[in-house]
Design a protein around this ligand. Structure first.
Ligand code: DGL
Length: 252
């Protein structure tokens, strides 16, 4: 049994946890939601690196064998630092799913929704650079999306208005693939898909990240699969949001 540490600025990382348990159902999970410092989206890289280091220490202290940075913004700001500072620890980061979007688009336009921190990070800019000659890539910050999810508002008039404001410019530009570049956004996916209509595909990178975790555990020779399954949730702030989303994914 492996101990898998996961962290995010809040409950968004549970969209990655939900995919991890599908492919690794017999492990011990430790989930840290840094919601006392959420959102990370507009914070400096230095601030996020400090938080990431603190959380990494916390997870390692509790026995994590591998750490999934289930946050695109923290991946952009801190994964390189974490890998340099903890060379023996395997870290899995989030990849914006630009490649499957670019390969699948029929209109030649793909839309990316993410935080400001992710969109200006070198990881995203490099990925963008690889595909921008082949497809048109339009981006928008999911303004207010993280706050909606943290408050458990996943549908209804307020969510619809907030989501439309950031999504519509991408649809107006002709995007037929929408990449969810923040781990909070998949909790709004049913609403996003409804607003997009049937001709647009919305892509959540979490299943690919879960598969990558399986691969890296194998490469590192960390034994998996014997159980027993367990999950422990920790929030640096109010645990209510985390518990609300956790309950929801367990009902799915
Ligand atoms: N869930 C995060 C991400 O994937 C962070 C959102 C935020 O805190 O701004 O980017």
């Amino acid at each position: 049994m492996a101990t898998i540490g996961i962290f995010d600025s809040g409950c968004g990382g549970l969209s990655v946890y939900r995919e991890l348990v599908k492919v690794l159902p017999q492990e011990r999970y430790l989930f840290f939601a840094d919601n006392a410092h959420c959102p990370y989206g507009e914070k400096t890289a230095l601030y996020i690196q400090r938080r990431a280091r603190y959380i990494t220490e916390w997870l390692l202290d509790k026995g994590a064998d591998i750490i999934v940075v289930a946050c695109n913004t923290a991946t952009a700001a801190a994964i390189a630092t974490l890998r340099a500072e903890y060379p023996d620890v395997p870290f899995i980061g989030m990849e914006p799913a630009v490649k499957p979007a670019a390969l699948g688009t029929k209109t030649g336009v793909i839309g990316v929704l993410a935080t400001a921190g992710t969109l200006k990070g070198s990881k995203y800019l490099n990925t963008r650079g690889r595909f921008q000659d082949d497809v048109t890539i339009v981006e928008h910050v999911g303004q207010g999306f993280v706050e909606l999810v943290e408050n458990g508002i996943l549908d209804g008039p307020e969510a619809q208005e907030t989501v439309s404001a950031s999504l519509q410019p991408l649809l107006d530009a002709g995007a037929d693939r929408i990449v969810l570049g923040c781990t909070h956004y998949p909790f709004l996916q049913p609403l996003i898909e409804r607003l997009c209509g049937p001709d647009v595909q919305v892509i959540d990178p979490a299943p690919a990240v879960a598969r990558q975790t399986v691969r890296i555990l194998g490469e590192r020779g960390i034994p998996v699969g014997a159980g027993p399954f367990s999950v422990s949730l920790h929030a640096s702030g109010d645990p209510a949001a985390l518990q609300r989303i956790f309950k929801r994914i367990n009902q799915q």
